[in-house]
Design a protein around this ligand. Structure first.
Ligand code: CMP
Length: 138
């Protein structure tokens, strides 16, 4: 079965939306097979978002991602990466389809409530970054 990596971001944990977002995920048919609530360190956030280090929004992104706890998750299901990206909606909530997590909950392009991997290769890397094999119990 395919897997993807998800983060419920600070704007969402702060507004007590973890359960509402998990409900969206589960209704879509994806299964939450691992999750933990953590506070990202600056070092972790910088490493995780290294690919965006040359972007103008990088320092704001790091400040935001370390501002409140996040919930990191492993989601499992058929075509999990593609499926979760559909459930999340577009990065910018202004462009997100009706019925998606970001359309309903995201505040703006940065505080966009959730992260999901963009490929199977990145999903494996991102899962490994946050979870030990023994933490993923199915
Ligand atoms: P995410 O899918 O986690 O990937 C990178 C993150 O950077 C993105 O969600 C947003 O939180 C943030 N981001 C992307 N584009 C912008 C932008 N144009 N301005 C500010 N933040 C952005």
């Amino acid at each position: 079965m395919d897997q993807t990596f998800s983060i419920i971001k600070p704007d969402a944990t702060k507004r007590n939306l973890t359960g509402s977002i998990n409900s969206f995920i589960e209704k879509s048919g994806l299964r939450i097979i691992a999750q933990k609530r953590i506070k990202l360190s600056k070092d972790q956030a910088e490493k995780f978002y290294e690919i965006h280090s040359d972007k103008s929004f990088f320092s704001d992104l790091i400040e935001y991602m370390t501002s409140e706890p996040v919930v990191v998750q492993v989601l499992q299901g058929k075509n999990a990466v593609k499926k979760y990206r559909e459930v999340m909606g577009a990065t910018n909530p202004e462009n997100a389809d009706e019925g998606t997590i970001r359309k309903l909950f995201a505040l703006n392009v940065q505080e966009n409530s959730v992260h999901g991997s963009d490929s199977d290769e990145n999903a494996s890397k991102e899962i490994e970054f946050f979870f030990d094999e023994k933490e993923i119990v199915g």
